[in-house]
Design a protein around this ligand. Structure first.
Ligand code: HAM
Length: 427
């Protein structure tokens, strides 16, 4: 029996792989414009980091982590998200003491969650995200949302819904949690087993329950906005006013609570349903946190960030034909050697062309010339270079323009010059 991939994982091949590179490069360039620099934390961390960071009450920690004992009997987890690992990296390397604040970073790579695979939901997927740490102002929340908005606009994703809410400060959240507990206590015996543990660990999580009967009960639950302290209200209103100033569209959604426990104050999510009607779930999400750095042994510093799901960005861009046509980097020149000696010459001709930045490929198989032309066409090549024994003897090649079908002989020492002229460019 052959071995296949693990459930919930997927191979990223060909055009999809090029699209991922396009998305990630564009996002990196925009992060660069916003003065964020890249960090690359490890994929594995001590399990305790996520238990403390993401929170024992979160679904991620309760049931979705890939955790194992390594050969030294340490409990290790494949990162289920980046934020906790980035805070560990910042604290351990004392980056808040040695850099201007906020310390702003971006990151990209695979994350792992043992979830039920479905449309847009994998067990290994890629996130691209940012964190700005060491500043507690509403302005930095707004810069972060502006960065996400700029990314979405640069990807030509029009019509993304930005849902935003505030979870308030500690005072507001504690008051709200008490109110939720009092409300849900009346219905708990009718609710799902998950909601029972959410009730104990973090009643805010109940608002996220996807069980239809529970959602009906959630509809009547108290609203966060009625429990906000004056300071929390003022902070949130300032965030909204600054977004208005910047003409960034948003919808306040007072049911938005997010699935990770570290958030406080501003939280947000980005949704986009492609024109085909496919809804892959949120394409990105994030928010403000003020206890995470301290919880992990660092100074009292707040942060804000978001992560996009790269698979989900790819899916909506692909569905709505928003990927640029040239992401596939087609071969420009296809070399067709006829025979052993010609193959040897093809290798040196290809090297020279590649050194001069022409995307070049060689036909290594002994197929008929007609078949080689079909391959050139499939690869999207503009030119074919044909080499037979005659050409080897004369140290020249035949260049064929595959659009005009014109062909001419060309001495080897004039090859790059001729190709450059034929391409109509200054190389
Ligand atoms: P999250 O909402 O758990 O937030 O994930 C962020 C994004 O990752 C989601 O909006 C979605 O696009 C993508 N995603 C999540 N789960 C899956 C999955 N199973 N398959 C495919 N894509 C998925 C976080 O991870 C936070 N760390 C975001 C953040 C950064 N908050 C502050 N800073």
């Amino acid at each position: 029996m052959s071995v296949i991939n693990v459930k919930g994982t997927h191979d990223i091949i060909g055009e999809e792989s090029n699209a991922f590179a396009y998305i990630e490069n564009l996002l990196k360039q925009i992060c660069d414009l916003f003065a964020y620099s890249e960090v690359r934390p490890p994929v594995i961390e001590h399990s305790e980091l996520f238990i403390r960071g993401v929170g024992e009450g979160s679904d991620i920690v309760r049931k979705e982590m890939y955790t194992f004992l390594d050969k030294g009997e340490r409990s290790i987890t494949l990162r289920p998200e980046f934020t906790a690992g980035i805070m560990r990296l910042i604290v351990q390397n004392k980056l808040l003491a040695t850099n201007e604040l906020p310390y702003k970073v971006y990151y990209c790579g695979p994350v792992f969650r043992y979830e039920r695979p479905q449309l847009g939901r994998y067990r290994q997927f890629n996130q691209f995200g940012v964190e700005a740490v060491g500043n507690n102002s509403p302005e930095i929340d707004v810069e972060t949302i502006t960065l996400a908005y700029t990314i979405l606009s640069s990807l030509n994703l029009e019509g993304v819904t930005i849902s935003i809410n505030t979870l308030g400060d500690d005072e507001s959240r504690n008051a709200y949690k008490e109110a939720l507990k009092a409300y849900f206590a009346k219905y708990l015996d009718k609710m799902c087993p998950d909601c029972h543990s959410r009730y104990e660990l973090n009643p805010l999580r109940i608002l996220d329950c996807k069980v239809p009967e529970d959602q009906e009960i959630v509809k009547g639950a108290p609203k966060m906005k009625d429990y906000l302290s004056d300071a929390a209200k003022e902070r949130f209103n300032r965030v909204l006013a600054l977004l208005d100033d910047l003409d960034i569209p948003y919808q306040v959604d007072d049911t938005l609570v997010r699935g990770l426990d570290y958030y406080s104050e501003t939280v947000f999510e980005f949704h986009y349903v492609s024109k085909t009607g496919n809804d892959y779930g949120a394409i990105g999400a994030g928010g403000h946190y003020d206890k995470l750095v301290k919880e992990l042994g660092g100074p009292d510093a707040a942060g804000v960030g978001f992560s996009f799901g790269v698979e989900r960005l790819y899916s909506v861009l692909k569905d709505d034909n928003l990927l640029p046509e040239d992401i596939n980097n087609p071969v420009e020149i296809y070399i067709m050697p006829l025979g052993m000696n010609a193959k040897a010459m093809a290798l040196s001709v290809a090297s020279e062309l590649r050194l001069n930045a022409y995307r070049t490929d060689i036909c290594y198989e002994d197929v008929k010339l007609g078949n080689m032309f079909k391959r050139a066409e499939r690869k999207g090549a503009k030119f074919a270079i044909i080499i037979g024994d005659d050409e080897v003897n004369k140290q020249e090649v035949v260049i064929k323009n595959l659009t005009s079908t014109e062909q001419k002989s060309c001495p080897l020492d004039k090859l790059v010059e001729t190709i450059s002229k034929e391409m109509g460019e200054d190389k």
